[in-house]
Design a protein around this ligand. Structure first.
Ligand code: COA
Length: 260
């Protein structure tokens, strides 16, 4: 694995734990973090040893407290668009990864932090986690996909409320809204995420990648998700893992998937 200046990485049992490591700035996403997240996700795509990913933030206080506001001053319209476009590219890459990615939200997930969590496939929050999109307080809107992914996850009414009031909500409220999958004790957060991702990576990897592709087809313009599902189902039945999965069931044994 490459070494990063703003990320800690730890690979064990095929699970890559990525920790955003700017605790003194509540893990705010500056340009270097965004660039390094892009690079590490490239590694996730290309490194066969990595089967699944957990993203978290360093320290007890924050997952990510947003994009780094200190980089915002004096931006031109073109620079603003470039910043947002870059964030979109990186977060889309997270979302479209065929390998499962869980956000272990261990504190503040505000602005770009909430957007990063929403780009992951699953969000597990610790009891002290807090979520919000406070951009309008600064005179901007979310720029890393927040207006879209929040609406997809919790619906238009509540999304508009959170986006326009800039309210911060706690983990229990986020769970009630469907913004997070589960809320767990802080000390157990990483272990619970690991257990969940190991469960997922124990399934047929090709099928997991196709579940992700098929679900996200729902949100792609001009694509009929039902057609996508039919296509991808057809592809799955041609895999060796499908033959292995069905044989294992009939032979009453655990399947040994090879990812082929
Ligand atoms: N960008 C840059 N720096 C940030 C940051 C951000 N989004 N969020 C926090 N920091 C920095 C603070 O400036 C401070 O740095 P300093 O010690 O050099 O002054 C450090 O992180 C600690 O933050 P602080 O505000 O002192 O902690 P707090 O416990 O009083 O408040 C928050 C925590 C999360 C409520 C507060 O930091 C906050 O509102 N952050 C911005 C959230 C936001 O608007 N995000 C969306 C950005 S688009």
């Amino acid at each position: 694995m490459k070494q990063y200046s703003t990320l800690l990485t730890e690979l064990s049992d095929g699970i890559l734990l990525i920790t955003i490591n700017r605790e003194d700035k509540l893990n705010a996403l500056n340009k270097t973090v965004i660039a390094e997240l892009s690079d590490v996700i490239d590694e996730v795509y290309s490194n066969a040893e990595i089967k699944g990913v957990i993203i978290t933030g360093k320290g007890p206080k924050a997952f990510v407290a947003g994009a780094d506001i200190s980089e915002f001053k004096g931006m031109t319209e073109e620079e603003g668009k470039a910043l947002a476009r870059r964030g979109h590219e990186v977060f889309d890459k997270i979302e479209m990864s065929g390998k499962p990615i869980i956000a272990a939200v261990n504190g503040f997930a505000l602005g770009g932090g909430c957007e990063l969590a929403m780009a992951c496939h699953i969000r597990i929050a610790s009891e002290n986690a807090k979520f919000g999109q406070p951009e309008v307080k600064l005179g901007i809107i979310p720029g890393y996909g927040g207006t879209q992914r929040l609406t997809q996850l919790i619906g238009k009414g509540k999304a508009l409320e959170l986006l326009m009031t800039a309210d911060t909500i706690d983990a229990t409220c986020a769970e009630k809204l469907g913004l997070v999958n589960d809320v767990v004790q802080t000390v157990e957060l990483i272990d619970i995420c690991k257990a969940m991702i190991l469960k997922i990576t124990g399934m047929a990897p090709y099928a997991i990648a196709k579940v992700i592709e098929s679900v996200y087809a729902h949100f792609k313009d001009g694509i009929d998700g039902f057609d996508t599902e039919i296509e991808l189902f057809g592809k799955c039945v041609t895999t060796t893992d499908f033959a292995e999965g069905t044989s294992a069931f009939l032979e009453k044994r655990k399947a040994n998937f090879k990812g082929q």
